[in-house]
Design a protein around this ligand. Structure first.
Ligand SMILES: Cc1cc2nc3c(=O)[nH]c(=O)nc-3n(C[C@H](O)[C@H](O)[C@H](O)COP(=O)(O)OP(=O)(O)OC[C@H]3O[C@@H](n4cnc5c(N)ncnc54)[C@H](O)[C@@H]3O)c2cc1C
Length: 338
């Protein structure tokens, strides 16, 4: 990281809560607008959901990339943002927001206090916890053959992998592991997948062994799982599969924590924003998954665009004489680039 989290009494132009793709691109744009910038994230690393939940998954809908692995996209986003050396505070959760003056906010975290002229909330879906099966006989293998996310795809090379789930993660991991695993089996309790149509079509043309209307009954093994018992949830018919690893892609529960108590106008777990990406508190903006407005689509591409809008608006909020539209001349551009 370019700079340790220090100088907490200093007032930053903008403080970004959340270092996922929206927050990172927001930090880049704030640098472009010559704003002093701080990012605070509760996770031990930058990247948001892409790093915490699906680092090895390919993303097919980023402008300019036919496909890019989530971890690689984060690497590019971090590199792009760090050109302007923002202050980055990791492992720090923001728990309170207080407006001290018209253009002065105090953010209280579980470690400290931070002062800023504007705030950009890019807190995504908040803290995420994977959904468990609720079967102790399966959970006893957690971390020793039972996983909730794929953080190192190479760890599954040559293995017999059972994936449980029917959403995007389940299908994407099945497709990502197919070329390197010895065998990939995917079971889903419903008769249709919830995943992206294109991914499901690829799945159906792949060598992944797909069992719809099937659920995991139990896992047998010593230190590691060796056999999985699955059953057809309409007929009750059981099958025993030899497995080395099981990935439970059952989704996750999320918690946006204290944000709901900050006086922001909310719609469920989302912060309402206007066309400027400004919340009901002047000077406090939101972008990415946490922000909502009529017609909202939650995508990385939309989140980063919203962050760019928010940052340019924050620039004008601080200095009403500043241009809203950024100039693209080298004078205001990237450090070292002409
Ligand atoms: C399995 C899966 C696959 C996906 N695939 C795609 C895809 O192919 N294409 C696509 O466009 N989108 C995809 N998405 C959606 C995409 O990941 C999100 O739209 C994107 O991550 C939103 O980015 P964000 O920066 O708004 O939030 P996030 O990525 O959620 O980042 C938010 C960050 O804020 C931090 N945070 C939260 N609360 C606090 C707090 N109080 N204090 C400090 N830090 C806090 C969190 O720790 C987190 O790091 C996928 C999502 C999932 C789950």
């Amino acid at each position: 990281m370019s700079e340790v989290c220090s100088g907490k009494s200093r007032v930053f132009d903008i403080t970004i809560i959340g270092g996922g793709p929206s927050g990172l691109f927001g930090a880049f744009y704030a640098g472009m607008r010559q704003m002093s910038t701080k990012i605070i994230d509760a996770q031990p690393q930058l990247g948001g959901q892409l790093i915490a939940l699906y680092p090895e998954k390919f993303i097919y809908d980023m402008p300019g990339f036919l496909r890019i692995r989530a971890s690689e996209l984060v690497q590019h986003l971090v590199e792009q943002a760090m050109q302007f050396s923002p202050t980055v505070c990791l492992n720090e959760r923001v728990i309170g927001l207080e407006r001290l003056e018209e253009k002065l906010f105090m953010l209280k975290t579980d470690k400290s206090e931070h002062y800023t002229k504007t705030v950009l909330i890019c807190a995504g879906i908040g803290a995420f916890t994977p959904r468990r099966l609720g079967k102790p006989e399966v959970e006893r293998f957690e971390g020793k053959g039972v996983f909730y996310t794929v953080t190192d795809i190479g760890a599954f090379a040559g293995k017999r992998v059972l994936i449980v789930g029917g959403g995007d993660s389940a299908v994407d991991w099945a497709l990502s592991l197919e070329p390197i695993a010895q065998k990939v089996t995917l079971i889903h309790r419903r008769d249709q997948f919830r995943a992206h149509e294109h991914s499901v079509e690829k799945l159906m043309h792949s060598s992944v062994d797909v069992h719809l209307l099937h659920e995991l009954e139990t896992l047998n093994g010593d230190e590691f799982p060796r056999k999985a018992v699955i059953y057809h949830n309409k007929t009750g018919e059981k099958k025993v599969l030899a497995v080395d690893a099981v990935i439970l892609a059952l989704g996750f529960t999320t918690d946006i924590g204290q944000i709901k108590n900050w006086g922001l106008e909310m719609d469920g777990n989302h912060i309402k924003v206007d066309q400027k990406m400004m919340t009901n508190i002047p000077g406090v903006f939101a972008a990415g998954d946490i922000a909502t407005y009529p017609g909202k689509v939650k995508l990385i591409a939309t989140g980063v665009a919203e962050a760019a809008t928010a940052v340019n608006q924050a620039k004008v909020f601080i200095d009403p004489k500043a241009r809203l539209q950024p100039t693209f001349s080298s004078t205001f551009g990237i450090p070292g680039q002409v």
